[in-house]
Design a protein around this ligand. Structure first.
Ligand code: LER
Ligand code: MN
Length: 267
């Protein structure tokens, strides 16, 4: 398993579960200093910083890009793939495709989290799911062109009503033959939604491509009440070889959260 830490440059997400909010040269330096293998980027759009600039920082610090988040499309621009307005859905799709192209040039998959949106009185559940499936087909085909996966993230009930549990999301991906889409297992959301973390991980491991390794209170593992060592051991036994990414609150400080996170990933 590899480790990654979130670098957030989205002002609207300043209070979000991201470790470093500094300018990227500082964020990359801190990631390296703490011993992470990679960074997970949360940027305002695909146009905030050039691919060349990211490559230069990667080379300077010897870091991989684990993934690129798309959530700014939602928190900054209010875009989701399941909006009632087709023009907004189209803008959401284009926003994500640009980030797939951006990440693809860095060998990194993009993540669909909050931009999945939710069903509502205006958009019935089955309609929202068909919007999601159709968008995932287009996005996943674009990811194939870059030889990267695309990552779909089930969220807890307060953030979406589309998919809250891993097994339901897996069934949806299988049903729609979305073979190039992997699941993100965010332990914070799973803590709220899964009956058993162990069972959810074991049942869906073949589809899990990325992990947000967060404790029950969304702090670094060890700073909440998750019994995380058995989960880490289970992931090892299941042969999970992807990232454990620190999408966690920067508490008590960003540096302490980062240091604790790295400690918590040692078996
Ligand atoms: C949101 O709660 C989350 O977990 C992110 O990874 C998705 O934007
Ligand atoms: Mn997450």
């Amino acid at each position: 398993m590899k480790t990654a830490v979130t670098l957030c440059r989205v002002a609207e997400a300043a209070a979000g579960p991201f470790v470093f909010h500094d300018e990227l040269p500082i964020g990359f330096a801190k990631a390296k200093q703490h011993g992470f293998d990679a960074v997970e980027l949360f940027l305002p759009s695909a146009h905030e910083v050039s691919v060349a600039e990211i490559k230069q920082l990667q080379e300077q610090h010897g870091l991989l890009i684990a993934a690129v988040g798309t959530g700014a499309g939602m928190v900054k621009h209010g875009l989701t793939l399941t909006d009632a307005d087709p023009a907004i859905r189209q803008k959401a799709l284009e926003f994500i495709l640009e980030l797939v192209d951006f990440g693809g040039q860095l060998d990194a998959p993009a993540i669909l989290g909050s931009m999945q949106g939710r069903s509502s009185a205006a958009v019935p559940h089955e309609t929202a799911l068909s919007y999601l499936a159709n968008a995932l087909k287009v996005i996943s085909a674009r990811a194939v062109e870059h030889n990267v996966k695309f990552i779909y993230e089930p969220l807890n009930r307060y953030e979406t009503n589309l998919f809250n549990r891993s097994s339901d999301a897996t069934a949806f991906l299988v049903k729609h033959q979305l073979d190039n889409v992997t699941l993100l297992a965010d332990f914070f959301h799973m803590n709220i939604e899964e009956a058993s973390m162990e069972q959810a991980l074991a049942e869906n491991i073949a589809h899990i491509g990325h992990i947000h390794f967060a404790d029950s209170n969304r702090r670094a593992m060890g700073f909440g009440h998750s019994d995380y060592k058995p989960l880490l051991l289970l992931l090892h036994q299941l042969g999970y070889a992807g990232y454990l990414s620190a999408e966690i609150l920067p508490l008590p400080t960003a540096d302490e959260a980062a240091a604790q996170f790295i400690q918590s990933t040692i078996l």
